[in-house]
Ligand binder design. Structure first.
Ligand SMILES: [Zn+2]
Length: 546
């Protein structure tokens, strides 16, 4: 594989679309999608397996936690044959220096620097004139270039900027060494034809544009982000900035899985725009589409941001045929109502794979096949969980295994541990719960409470033991597989001050899963309190909206 970012990204021969994933930067800016460093690393490893070209790992100057995450991802995922690892920086020396320092361990580091371009941002946010900004751009791109070869520049809010000013900014950025210029529709305002025209204008009016890759970034406020990007591709954009499940600020970013599958299923439509023969079957991206479903599940589990059932590509119903006419058609010939195979996104037939008598080796082997590399300690815990589930549920499927493995790889320090939970409820009794929790000091504390329902009673009993004031803001249960003996997965989000923490639990008993999910979130919260993050978020005023 080629090592220079330019050769790899194909400047001068742009016949492939680069996928720039910003799940860990823009996606993590979704309200409540806070991830710890280990969780970010887990997602970054999966993004590398998925085959993304660039991982935007974070905004190193924003906080020590962000810096550490970018630096660890650079060290562990940013190898020579891995993806480019990118760090975000405002166009200031301190931001760029922090990004350069965090990216040091990466074999292929990229600094992504941005500055506002629209008059409304210049006047009210940046408080700078156009002339001042035109001076800053080349100065800061050159400064970034003094650390790394691969520099990306974004004029923030490009979608609402004066095109003539934009052309000049881009020309100066490229002259100073930017190898990618990214055009953000920061507020999700443009329509597809407008966005296409913007890219076309840039291609025609920026004299040195052939020395850089044109990238696009956009938000889904009007539900047009993916359509905008596809129109941009037709007009010369060759890098797409997107997130798994489309998570991100407000209505989110363009969804990676939708872009990739649109470019895959309709490759013959897009081929001519990339100068390929229309009938070419070669994929337009380097994404291993069979990893899409698993990546979606992992991001959903770790962020606590659930995927709506009717979501394109990765929603639970995306490949389900309910109407009799459709089912009949699909049975006679798949293509009557299906434009793509469930297998193409890695949605396997959910076969029964293991049972009560399966051994540790079979368990480990199947997890490996599913892409989970567990440490010895995680494997031990997961195997105990598996035996426990197999006792209650005869047939264990891939999805059950994934639920168990996801649970065990969450890597939150288990400060509080659920030892025991018991509820009594019914239509003529007050729901009552008794819980026993082991505290960080190793003490076993038992308490009981009554509530409006069994889960409420369990949470009140846990609160009595843990005593960290918090507000439960979201609670949801989903079944992993069909059937009355299915495992239930509980996802919750709770609020402490301004911060939101998510928790996840899976069990055949949804009351136990609920208790585990709650303690999982409380463990995240207390780990964050220990580090002092929750109380003193640093540089919290510098969240970018690029
Ligand atoms: Zn954004």
């Amino acid at each position: 594989m080629s090592t220079s970012p330019n050769a790899q990204s194909g400047i001068g021969q742009p016949d492939r679309i680069l996928i720039f994933d910003t799940t860990l930067r823009d996606g993590e800016q979704s309200p409540g999608a806070t991830l710890n460093v280990d969780e970010k690393l887990t997602i970054a490893r999966q993004l590398a397996r998925l085959g993304v070209d660039v991982i935007e790992a974070g905004f190193p100057f924003a906080s020590p936690g962000d810096f550490e995450a970018v630096s660890k991802i650079a060290a562990e995922v940013g190898s020579e044959d891995g993806p480019i690892i990118c760090g975000l920086a405002r166009a200031t020396q301190q931001d760029i220096k922090a990004a350069a320092d965090a990216l040091k361990p990466a074999a292929k580091p990229r600094i992504h620097t941005f500055i506002a371009a629209s008059d409304i941002h210049l006047e009210y946010k940046l408080k700078k004139t156009r002339a001042e900004v035109l001076e800053i751009v080349p100065e800061m791109v050159s400064y970034a270039k003094s650390f790394v070869n691969d520099v990306e520049f974004s004029p923030e809010d490009a979608g609402r900027s004066d095109p003539e000013f934009l052309y000049e900014m881009l020309e100066r950025a490229i002259a100073a060494g930017a190898t990618t210029v990214n055009i953000p529709d920061t507020v999700g305002y443009l329509t597809p034809s407008e966005f296409g025209a913007l890219i076309k204008g840039i291609k025609e009016n920026v004299p040195n544009i052939d020395q850089a890759i044109i990238s696009v970034h956009g938000h889904n406020d009007l539900g047009m982000a993916v359509a905008n990007f596809l129109e941009a591709v037709k007009n010369g954009a060759r890098q797409l900035e997107c997130t798994i499940n489309g998570i991100g600020e407000r209505a989110g970013n363009a969804a990676l899985e939708e872009l990739v599958m649109a470019l895959y299923v309709r490759r013959q439509y897009f081929n001519p725009f990339l100068g390929r023969p229309a009938e070419s079957e070669a994929p337009l991206t380097h994404i291993d589409t069979r990893q899409l479903y698993k990546t979606s599940r992992l991001v959903s589990n770790l962020t606590g941001m659930l995927v709506q059932p009717n979501k394109a590509i990765v929603g639970a119903n995306a490949f389900a045929h309910e109407s009799g006419i459709h089912q009949d058609g699909v049975l006679k010939h798949k293509r009557t109502y299906e434009i793509m195979d469930a297998q193409s996104i890695g949605l396997t037939d959910n076969q029964i794979v293991l049972g009560k008598h399966s051994g540790r080796n079979a368990f480990r082997t199947r997890l490996r096949e599913l892409g989970y590399e567990l440490s010895e300690q995680e494997l031990n815990r997961a195997f105990l969980r598996f035996k426990d589930v197999a006792d209650k549920k005869k047939e264990i499927t891939d999805w059950d295994l994934e639920a168990i493995a996801n649970d065990e790889t969450q890597q939150v320090p288990e400060l509080f541990k659920l030892e025991h939970v018991q509820v009594s409820c019914g239509d003529h009794s007050r729901p009552t719960a008794t819980v026993t929790v082991r505290t960080p000091a190793g003490e076993e504390l038992t308490d009981a409470a009554i509530g409006t329902g069994p889960v409420d009673a369990v949470y009140k009993a846990i609160n009595r033991v843990v005593s960290i004031p918090n507000q439960l803001i979201e609670f949801s249960v989903q079944s992993v597989t069909a059937g009355i003996d299915a495992m239930g997965e509980v996802t919750i989000r709770l609020k402490y001050g301004d911060r939101i923490f998510s928790g996840h639990g899976a069990n055949t008993d949804i009351i136990v899963a609920s208790a585990q999910a709650y303690l999982n979130a409380l463990n995240r919260l207390s780990a964050s309190l220990q580090k002092g993050e929750a109380l003193h978020p640093q540089h919290s005023d510098v969240q970018p909206v690029s």
